[in-house]
Design a protein around this ligand. Structure first.
Ligand SMILES: *[C@@H]1O[C@H](CO)[C@@H](O)[C@H](O)[C@H]1NC(C)=O
Ligand SMILES: *[C@@H]1O[C@H](CO)[C@@H](O)[C@H](O)[C@H]1NC(C)=O
Ligand SMILES: *[C@@H]1O[C@H](CO)[C@@H](O)[C@H](O)[C@H]1NC(C)=O
Ligand SMILES: *[C@@H]1O[C@H](CO)[C@@H](O)[C@H](O)[C@H]1NC(C)=O
Ligand SMILES: *[C@@H]1O[C@H](CO)[C@@H](O)[C@H](O)[C@H]1NC(C)=O
Ligand SMILES: *[C@@H]1O[C@H](CO)[C@@H](O)[C@H](O)[C@H]1NC(C)=O
Ligand SMILES: *[C@@H]1O[C@H](CO)[C@@H](O)[C@H](O)[C@H]1NC(C)=O
Ligand SMILES: *[C@@H]1O[C@H](CO)[C@@H](O)[C@H](O)[C@H]1NC(C)=O
Ligand SMILES: *[C@@H]1O[C@H](CO)[C@@H](O)[C@H](O)[C@H]1NC(C)=O
Length: 887
């Protein structure tokens, strides 16, 4: 019934979207280049023609069989040495996917396959090499916007005419494709493959609400496919609503390596280079209860990423649920191959639903003069030269601009001779600090000549043949490199500053009725007085001007700050912002749920924990991080981002966070049965004592959780504070590990992440106390202590023992176990209800875990194996006991 309802909604929703009267989808913009009218296509996308575009020519493709409307037309440009740009409006600080497509279709009846380049703003994006008339070339970038507009430019034609068929902008979910590099890099899509696809048609909108294009594996050129590879599919709905949100339809199909392995090899356009690679999994086969599916991912040449063991059901906490394994930064070759191989203890072969690989494209900084030049040209938006778009300098400069070779480049020349400019010379010209050449001659400019002394590199100034008035500023004489100054045929007046006359300079000021050289005999006194008065006035003016400049400079710096810094800050805080899949709770919501923090259910080094119940009935635990304990906002966000990506049935799930009023809170699922500690040592022990099998199950659950942190997460996560109060029990008394949020992820090579030792006395690895370098073996030590607690029912630090030396459980238990006296440490509450063999196994393994030297300790996976063996022994023994009692 639930499924029926969903289908109804799906149909309804699709119908609403397809309804032709519905306007464009929010966040979508589809430009049909060369088109002449707007229309809805057959999948419900709304296309807008690029008919206001000032450059280029429209053309029809000459492919009789091309029926997809956006591809029947295109716009092409002259094959010259300038760029042709489209400028699109976007929302700032938002992540988008942009797609440009090119179908040549012999539009020019030349059958010459064009070859050119495209760029996004100043950044080179891709080379477009057309290799036949009927293949659509597609380029995609995923990026975070920083400005309210973006520009896509075509340039550098080496063959044929540059052209473009469509330009598509798709806003994507806030949590999708967020990387730590996005302020410096774009992601360029190289492969997005839907495995097990039912047809060769790619999956896109409306199946993918973000209109990504998922290529069918059967349409792809995949080679080296392992024998026994089979397609599987399901009609059941898949829970895909987190992380990268691959579409249902893609996740409903997969391939399975029925003979134990999956192998593939294909080419990655744009590589070698550094890239982002994700694989998407969901268990969609009906596994028998005894079946398991566990496999390892192997990438030849990259052993460091070959280790995770994937167990889709466990990792995703159930069937039909998305599990992603991703690598944010991998060095990948052009020819990419991978292998997924079944582990020995797995009965089923590996499964894969989809894969996605993007290349990092370094963002190039545009010219810092971009803003200034934009304001200079803003009064002339209808002139063609003002519409060239994109960055003034990169990847190639506007036709009337020359740029320096600095990086980033400055504008070195402005050449706007004879362009019908009117009004004053824009005062912003004086902000172009790298200006060498200024040509504004032959226009209809009026007003006075601005002070150009801030453009210290000016060599050539052409202002002739305008209607300029006022004096020739004496500050021109202060320009150290000035070689050429043409101001003839204007309406200038006053005297020519002597500084200019004394300079070695090409100076032409003829044709200015009121302008004359000073220093004629008869006027001498007057001129001296005049000039001294003039000098005084000039001095005053200079002082005022300097003040102005200073102020102006400060202001402009200020402005810069205002424009750049906060944006960057916002952008960086955005990129670190908690992701969408970690729900952001309102403080009011939390206050309501917790009845203003009424019921405290715990407290720890990081703050107090309160019970709450949400409006929808879900019970929650709210951890209010105490201010002194927690890092800054940024770290908090990092933690939340990290945590929200971790899903495992033996890890307490983070539901969301709240960051208001300077308080940081984390919202977790509520665990009904409290902590392991309460059950082992607390008042609960009497009434509800756990037997040995239950304790082993708890140990197994805990070890699984830790194993996932150590091997299933990339980079691995070290808990660093495992203890019986951090192991929580749900309503079914299954154990989950909590409080791993504050664990730092293990940064490659840099394991000494925090200088402050984290951990709890009694569980803390003595080796870590000394070296302060955290490794996964610290957790193994703590887990060993927990195993000893489970065996003995005694706290890590106990005051039961009279001898001070033996207060620590390790010091107390070690001699007993080493001498074979296991009985001596067993919790009397366990009575005789256990098998000595299983008990010995665990006791000995526990002792291995607490070896002083980390290298001597087993990995958590080995310990898990031992626990499972012990459980097997106990269960067999139990079966025998029950069989006996039945008799
Ligand atoms: C493209 O085709 C349409 C209709 O088929 C026609 O009206 C239009 O003139 C053609 N455009 C060009 C540039 O040839
Ligand atoms: C049109 O025909 C060409 C070759 O004749 C073929 O390669 C291409 O795939 C066809 N295009 C469509 C959209 O069917
Ligand atoms: C972009 O925004 C500007 C200013 O808000 C507006 O004038 C222009 O029409 C918009 N362009 C498009 C293509 O929507
Ligand atoms: C066109 O080129 C593409 C890619 O280079 C190729 O896959 C396709 O088969 C070619 N089609 C024709 C009709 O030559
Ligand atoms: C594109 O052309 C410009 C100028 O012709 C040149 O400087 C630049 O290197 C070219 N870009 C590439 C990637 O070849
Ligand atoms: C795959 O497994 C099947 C069934 O076990 C077997 O018949 C076949 O030979 C295997 N193929 C390979 C290449 O191992
Ligand atoms: C990826 O890692 C390499 C070295 O491993 C590093 O040089 C690079 O900056 C990282 N980031 C990106 C986006 O390439
Ligand atoms: C300047 O204006 C005149 C008259 O309106 C026009 O003929 C000429 O084309 C314009 N020149 C430019 C470069 O726009
Ligand atoms: C100065 O400009 C006038 C008018 O354009 C021209 O006739 C004259 O030759 C120029 N003088 C020099 C020295 O360039």
């Amino acid at each position: 019934m639930g499924k029926g309802l969903f289908l109804f909604w799906l149909v309804f929703y699709t119908w609403v979207l397809m309804e032709p009267s519905t306007a464009e989808l929010p966040g979508f913009f589809s430009l049909d280049c060369g088109g002449s009218q707007s229309f809805f296509d057959e999948i419900g996308l709304y296309w807008t023609p690029d008919d206001q575009f000032a450059f280029g020519e429209r053309a029809n493709v000459s492919l009789a069989n091309e029926t997809r409307a956006p591809y029947t037309t295109l716009r092409y440009f002259p094959a010259d040495d300038r760029k042709y740009c489209y400028t699109l409006n976007v929302t700032t600080r938002t992540r988008y996917l942009i797609r440009a497509t090119f179908l040549y279709g012999n539009f020019d009846s030349n059958n010459v396959y064009p070859n050119f380049e495209i760029s996004l703003g100043p950044t080179f994006w891709s080379k477009i090499v057309i290799s036949n008339a009927s293949t659509v070339e597609v380029r995609e970038l995923i990026f975070l916007t920083s400005d309210p507009t973006i520009s896509v430019c075509l340039s550098n034609a080496t063959m044929g005419n540059p052209f473009i068929s469509t330009l598509e902008l798709r806003q994507i979910g806030a949590s999708m494709y967020s990387t730590g590099f996005e302020n410096q890099f774009y992601l360029s899509t190289s492969a997005r493959i839907n495995f097990g696809a039912e047809s060769e048609e790619p999956v896109r909108y409306p199946d993918d609400p973000f209109d990504r294009i998922w290529e069918s594996d059967s349409a792809n050129y995949l080679v080296d496919v392992a024998a026994g590879t089979k397609k599987v599919s399901t009609q059941f709905l898949i829970d895909v609503n987190h992380d990268e949100r691959p579409p249902q339809k893609v996740m409903q199909t997969a391939i399975v390596g029925t003979n134990g392995s999956l192998t593939y090899r294909f080419n990655l356009d744009g590589f070698p280079g550094n890239g982002w690679a994700y694989s998407y999994f969901a268990e969609i086969e009906n596994l028998a209860p005894e079946d398991t599916r566990k496999f390892r991912m192997t990438f030849p040449g990259a052993p460091e990423i070959s280790k995770p063991v994937v167990n889709i059901m466990d990792n995703a906490s159930g069937k039909y649920r998305l599990h992603e394994i991703g690598f944010e930064n991998l060095t990948l070759p052009f020819v990419f191959s991978f292998k997924f191989g079944r582990t020995i203890d797995s009965s089923k072969g590996p499964l894969l639903n989809a894969i996605e690989i993007n290349k990092y494209v370094k963002k190039i900084d545009g010219s810092p003069d971009g803003g200034v030049i934009a304001s200079i040209i803003s009064p002339y938006t209808s002139a063609a030269w003002a519409q060239e778009g994109g960055d003034p300098c990169l990847p190639i400069p506007w036709t009337w601009v020359r740029c320096s070779s600095d990086s980033p480049p400055l504008i070195a020349a402005v050449k706007l001779s004879g362009q019908n400019l009117t009004g004053n010379i824009p005062s912003d010209i004086t902000k172009l600090s790298g200006l060498v050449e200024l040509r504004l001659d032959g226009n209809a400019l009026t007003g006075s000549i601005p002070d150009l002394s801030s453009c210290m590199n000016l060599e050539i100034i052409h202002l002739e043949n305008n209607q300029l008035t006022g004096e020739l500023p004496s500050s021109l004489a202060t320009l150290p490199k000035l070689k050429e100054l043409y101001v003839q045929n204007n309406k200038l007046s006053g005297t020519v500053p002597s500084g200019l006359l004394n300079k070695k300079l090409n100076l032409n000021y003829t044709g200015n009725m009121g302008l004359h050289e000073g220093g004629k005999r008869g006027n001498r006194t007057k001129i001296i007085i005049g000039s001294s008065v003039g000098a005084a006035v000039l001095l005053a003016a200079t002082i005022a001007f300097c003040f102005f400049i200073q102020k102006g400079k400060r202001n402009s710096k200020h402005d810069d700050n205002r424009q750049i810094l906060p944006t960057q800050r916002l952008v960086s805080s955005l990129s670190n912002a908690p992701t969408e899949n970690a729900h952001c709770f309102m403080l009011s919501e939390i206050e309501e749920a917790t009845k203003k923090f009424e019921k405290k259910i715990g407290s720890g080094g990081f703050g107090d924990v309160f019970y709450g119940k949400l409006k929808d009935g879900r019970e929650i635990a709210v951890k209010v991080l105490s201010n002194d304990s927690n890092q800054g906002k940024r770290e908090f966000s990092n933690e939340v981002t990290l945590l929200s990506r971790i899903h495992h049935r033996n890890l307490v799930q983070l539901l969301g966070y709240c960051q208001e009023d300077g308080r940081n809170m984390l919202v977790y699922e509520f665990m009904h049965n409290g902590t392991l500690k309460e059950h082992l040592f607390g008042p609960l022990t009497r009434e509800r004592n756990f037997n040995w099998i239950k304790r082993l199950e708890i140990a197994e659950d805990t070890a699984r959780g830790i194993e996932y942190l150590h091997t299933g997460c990339v980079p691995a996560i070290i808990h660093r504070d495992l203890k019986s109060t951090n192991i929580l029990l749900d309503s079914n008394l299954r154990a989950k590990v909590s409080d791993f949020g504050i664990s730092k992820s293990q940064v490659d090579g840099v394991s000494h992440v925090s200088s402050a030792v984290r951990g709890t006395v009694g569980y803390l690895d003595p080796e870590y106390c000394i070296s302060q370098e955290s490794t996964d073996k610290n957790d193994v030590y703590s887990f060993g202590v927990i195993l000893l607690e489970l065996i003995s029912g005694r706290e890590a630090i106990s005051n039961k023992s009279s001898s001070v030396n033996c207060r620590h459980i390790v010091q107390w238990a070690r001699p007993h176990i080493e001498s074979g006296d296991i009985q001596g440490i067993i919790d009397p509450n366990l009575r005789e209800d256990y098998d000595v063999q299983s008990m010995r196994k665990i006791a000995e393994k526990a002792l291995m875990c607490v070896q002083p030297n980390g290298h001597m300790r087993p990995s958590i996976s080995e310990v898990l194996k031992e626990i499972q063996d012990a459980l097997l022994i106990e269960r067999e023994a139990l079966a025998v006991r029950e069989g006996l009692s039945d008799l």
